[in-house]
Design a protein around this ligand. Structure first.
Ligand SMILES: Nc1ncnc2c1ncn2[C@@H]1O[C@H](COP(=O)(O)OP(=O)(O)OP(=O)(O)O)[C@@H](O)[C@H]1O
Length: 293
């Protein structure tokens, strides 16, 4: 009987010591879990993943050293930790910058409510989207490499200044002309803001996502890279295969068709309007007609 009483008094003491869980504690736990999840999700795709595993091994060693009181190891670890943090900040500065940029551009509330597919902030009108799709389709047929960044909320001023300023209305003819082989503007990326082509030959950051297909070269890596740091949509035409790809939010969907692209760029309006044929030679035909008259 005494044993029972002892057990219940011990159990009572233990339960008294357990702190009561309040709503704010649950919110705190959810917030920490969310941050950890995002951190692991981000780290998994980058070269910091190897370091992450290394840090985990060091933590295990440190725990064993503390349990078994291995003082020399504890001393070495305590001395190297400060240097390690500084080395981490220096070596992974580009990744940290990218992570903070992507954190800054996210709207967590709308991210939670709206699906990935939902386009929140494309400022381009339907006609401009159509011009892009027509040009991309034509470049796909002729296997002309192209890289088109359609800006959304995050302004790409830094990347714009790395290229040549254009500031022109979005037309399929101009886009095709820009990416024409062996012309001064064909290299690098074109940036579209609202309904204007703001710059061409822009240099974009390359993604260091290790899970990207090895088949993808620097053009596609640049498309993924800029979509990791900004909320833009990036259309790529492969010079090798003529395939059209679309990069958003650090992901790339390869070999998309014009309907898919139009839907992404032009929103719901795409259903209302049909595609018009590309009139590359309209001007020439008009001139020919004038000459005949
Ligand atoms: N960082 C960058 N920013 C913008 N454009 C880039 C960048 N890196 C490469 N490019 C563009 O990509 C071209 C090289 O493409 P590359 O063949 O390496 O890539 P790819 O993904 O295999 O594309 P493709 O399928 O068209 O061959 C360059 O000539 C340049 O126009």
């Amino acid at each position: 009987m005494n044993a029972f009483n002892d057990f219940f008094s011990w159990f009572g003491n233990i339960t008294n010591q357990i702190p009561t869980i309040q709503i704010k504690d649950i919110i705190e736990i959810l917030m920490i879990a969310f941050v950890n999840y995002q951190l692991i999700k981000w780290v998994r795709g980058t070269r910091a993943w190897v370091l992450f595993k290394g840090v985990f091994v060091i933590l295990v060693i440190a725990t064993i050293a503390i349990i078994f009181e291995l003082n020399t190891i504890i001393w070495i670890l305590s001395k190297t930790i400060n240097v390690g943090i500084i080395a981490f900040l220096i070596i992974f500065q580009p990744e940290l910058r990218r992570a903070l940029e992507s954190l800054g551009r996210r709207n967590f509330i709308t991210d939670l409510i709206l699906s990935e597919d939902h386009d929140r902030s494309l400022h381009m009108n339907h006609e401009s989207a159509e011009e892009i799709v027509v040009a991309v389709e034509e470049m796909s047929k002729t296997k002309t490499g192209a890289l088109i960044v359609v800006e959304k909320e995050v302004k790409l001023y830094d990347y714009e200044t790395s290229g040549i300023i254009i500031d022109a209305v979005v037309t399929s003819q101009l886009i095709i002309n820009i990416f024409e082989h062996n012309t001064p503007l064909h290299d690098g990326a074109m940036i579209v803001r609202d309904d204007r082509i703001v710059a061409a030959t822009c240099y974009l950051p390359l993604s260091d996502n290790m899970s990207l297909s090895k088949e993808l070269g620097t053009r596609h890596r640049a498309a993924v890279g800029i979509s990791e740091v900004a909320d833009c949509m990036v259309v790529v035409v492969s010079e090798e295969t003529g395939f059209i790809s679309l990069a958003t939010g650090g992901n790339i969907i390869r070999n998309v068709n014009k309907e898919y692209l139009m839907n992404k760029l032009g929103g719901d309006n795409s259903k209302k309007v049909g595609f018009r044929p590309l009139k590359l030679w309209k001007g020439r035909r008009q001139n020919d007609r004038k000459n005949q008259e």
